[in-house]
Each structure stands twice: as C-alpha cells, then as structure tokens.
Design a protein around this ligand. Structure first.
Ligand code: TYD
Length: 216
C-alpha cells in the first residue's frame, strides 16, 4: 500500500498548535508535497456535529465515558473519511489533535487512565499512529494563561466552544502531566517543543523534525 506521512499536533488549549500546523502546511506545499489538513474533534460533517456537542458549554451532564466515546467516534469517522484515504494517496496528513489528546484530557484530565484510551484506539482506529507528533508544551503557568486569554476572546467573538476551557487548574495540570508522560514513553514519535521560543523559532524546529523524518 502506498503510504504518505502522518503528522499530529498536540498541546494545551492556546498552545499555538493551529498556527504551527498552518505554517507547516505552507512549507510542505512549497516543497511540492500534497497536504491534507484536518482537526479533531471535527474535520468531517459528522465530526462537526460531534464537535458541537462536545465543546458547547451548554452541553450539561456529559459523563466522562460518553465524552471518551464521542472523541473516538469522531476520530473513527475522520480516519475513514479523511486520514486513511489521504495516506493511501501518498499525501502528508496534518491533524490538529489526535489520540494523545484523548489520553491527556480524558485519560489524564478526567482521570479515566491511559489503558482504556489505548484499548479503544486499537479497537476503533485500526491502531493507526502518526509518524510524528509535535507536542507544543510551554511551561504550565504560561499555557494556562494563554488558555484563559483565548477563553475570554471566544466569548467576545460570540463563539461558544468553551466547555473545556471552563475546567479548573487541577484538570489542566493533569492534562499537562499526562502529555509529558506520553512524550517520555514515546520519544521516537513525539517531539516535544518545550520552550516558548516565538512563532518563527518554533516553526524552524517543527520543520527540522519533519525534514529528519521525510528526508529532504
Ligand atoms: P479546539 O477548539 O480544537 O481547541 P484547541 O485550539 O485548543 O485545539 O478544542 C478542542 C478541545 O477538545 C480541547 O479543549 C481539547 C479537547 N479534546 C479532548 O478533550 N479530547 C480529545 O480527544 C480531543 C481531540 C480534544
């Protein structure tokens, strides 16, 4: 099977993932690569409906396991409809969040543990793992501050995707710690960019990590 290259971006809310994903997509396109960019939750029509349910702060009483199941329902759809076909066409797929988010937020944040997440990944995601994961993790205080600022902006924009941003500091601490645990466990796949180096410097490091793996 012809196979492309699969890159995911991870980090806390407001970590600059989406900006870095866009910049990498531009860089890859300039190198003549075919790029498919997507995000989770969302990225498909069904996924967008699931996303609304998950992120709308009016969603009440969502049990942690329901949340977990919805994240994987969204992902299974995105793999079937977007990721797998693009990889089979030999493209580079960039995905804003993937199963590491579920391990960090539902496994860590919601305290469901890693095992159930990894089991569901095996069962529902054809055990498809990225070739490379960029984890953007500035220090914890800075990450929290950014997430809060973004939360305030979302309110001003009239958007209502703040269900996760309303979580308290202890929740985000558990998410943060779980991300670090994943990075330590999988150093071959996960490249953690810890410093708060500014957009251009982080982009340079992201490109370096990609080049090292796709051989430019
Ligand atoms: P999004 O608006 O995509 O935020 P960000 O710009 O921070 O990526 O919102 C996604 C939210 O959903 C984010 O708070 C993390 C959460 N999430 C999970 O809890 N588990 C998951 O598996 C995924 C993909 C996202």
């Amino acid at each position: 099977m012809a196979r492309g290259f699969f890159v995911t971006f991870e980090g806390l809310d407001g970590s600059g993932k989406s900006t870095q994903l866009r910049k990498l997509a531009q860089w890859l396109t300039a190198q003549g690569k075919q790029v498919t960019a997507t995000r989770q939750p969302g990225g498909t029509r069904i996924g967008d409906r699931i996303r609304e349910l998950l992120l709308d702060s009016r969603t009440e009483n969502l049990a942690a396991r329901t949340e977990l199941g919805l994240m994987f329902s969204d992902r299974a759809q995105c793999i079937a409809e977007v990721i797998r076909p693009a990889l089979e066409r030999g493209e580079v797929v960039l995905c804003d969040r993937y199963t590491d988010s579920t391990e960090a937020y539902q496994g860590g944040g919601r305290q469901l543990g890693s095992e159930i997440v990894l089991e569901l990944h095996r069962a529902l995601c054809e055990n498809l793992w990225p070739d490379l994961t960029i984890l953007l993790l500035p220090d914890f205080e800075r990450s929290l501050e950014r997430a809060r600022n973004r939360n305030a902006r979302n309110v001003h924009n009239g958007r209502d995707e703040n269900r996760f941003e309303q979580e308290d500091e202890r929740f985000y601490r558990r998410v943060y710690d779980k991300y670090r645990e994943i990075a330590a466990r999988e150093p071959g796949r996960v490249v953690m960019i810890e410093s708060d180096a500014g957009i251009e410097e982080v982009h340079r490091r992201v490109v370096e990590a990609v080049k090292a793996r796709i051989g430019h």
